[in-house]
Design a protein around this ligand. Structure first.
Ligand code: CA
Length: 258
């Protein structure tokens, strides 16, 4: 997860670059980032171009959570983010590039190609050399990364470059002959007395439906676990507009979901 852009902890520069991948015009990215920050911060002070409860009420939406996002798809609840068409498509790769886990730093050893490409001074050739090199031997320092790429990364604390995996992983489960795919985000809980890991969220989608429609209709449906099924096929937490009760089914009924 450390190789992904963290939606809760990422810098505005990271988010700005990320939104560019999804076709958001440069002038629209700042207001979206402001609304994301207002959505997740605990206070109700409105940033420039941001939005808090009154703006959501005016738009007929549930109020912002004022807490960190729990899944990458929760951005759909943020004012104006639901209008980013490329992001809403299930095959957009949004959930492959983003994380909501409380893990800081950026790991070039696990970052997907698209995110490596966002780094300042990066070129396609350097991305190729990074991917080739990390297959042989992972980078262990920003200095080492700089020697290969010519792109300086500071190792001075607090380090942005963290060459070690976080304590979570995202599993993607699918089979050749099935149109279903499920993504499960888990993190280790070594101090827990009764479980070595916890499920953060589960998302599923029907690959065939996406290919057939190419639209937002029925795009991301939970399947397999009846507790997670919702009427409109949206993430259960997103549909319930709740941060408790059904909205936390993924976390509380992890064993059922898996
Ligand atoms: Ca807020």
């Amino acid at each position: 997860m450390r190789g992904l852009i963290n939606l809760n902890l990422g810098s505005p520069d990271d988010l700005f670059a990320l939104l560019g991948i999804f076709g958001v015009a440069a002038e629209d990215r700042g207001p979206l980032i402001a609304k994301l920050q207002d959505y997740i911060d605990a206070d109700s002070f409105i940033r420039l171009n941001g939005a808090e409860a009154p703006q959501y009420e005016e738009a007929g939406l549930e109020p912002p959570a004022n807490a960190p996002l729990r899944t990458p798809w929760e951005v759909r609840r943020i004012l104006d983010w639901d209008k980013v068409d490329d992001l809403a498509k299930e095959d957009s790769g949004w959930s492959l590039m983003t994380s909501t886990a409380p893990i800081g730093g950026f790991n070039v050893n696990t970052a997907p190609r698209a995110l490596l490409s966002l780094m300042p001074l990066m070129t396609p050739d350097i991305v190729d050399s990074i991917i080739e090199r990390r297959h042989e031997q992972p980078f262990v320092s920003g200095y080492q990364f700089g020697l290969l790429t010519g792109i300086p990364i500071s190792d001075v604390p607090p380090p942005r470059f963290v060459p070690f995996p976080g304590n979570g992983i995202i599993l993607t489960l699918s089979t050749k002959n099935s149109p279903l795919e499920r993504r499960i985000a888990v993190h280790k809980t070594p101090l827990s007395p009764d479980r070595p890991w916890t499920v953060d969220y589960v998302n599923g989608r029907r690959l065939g439906a996406v290919a057939a429609t190419g639209s937002s209709a029925g795009r991301y449906a939970h399947f397999g676990c009846s507790a997670c099924l919702t009427r409109n096929g949206e993430d259960s937490r997103t549909s319930s507009h709740s941060r408790s009760g059904n909205g936390l089914l993924m976390r509380n009924s992890a064993s059922t979901c898996i």
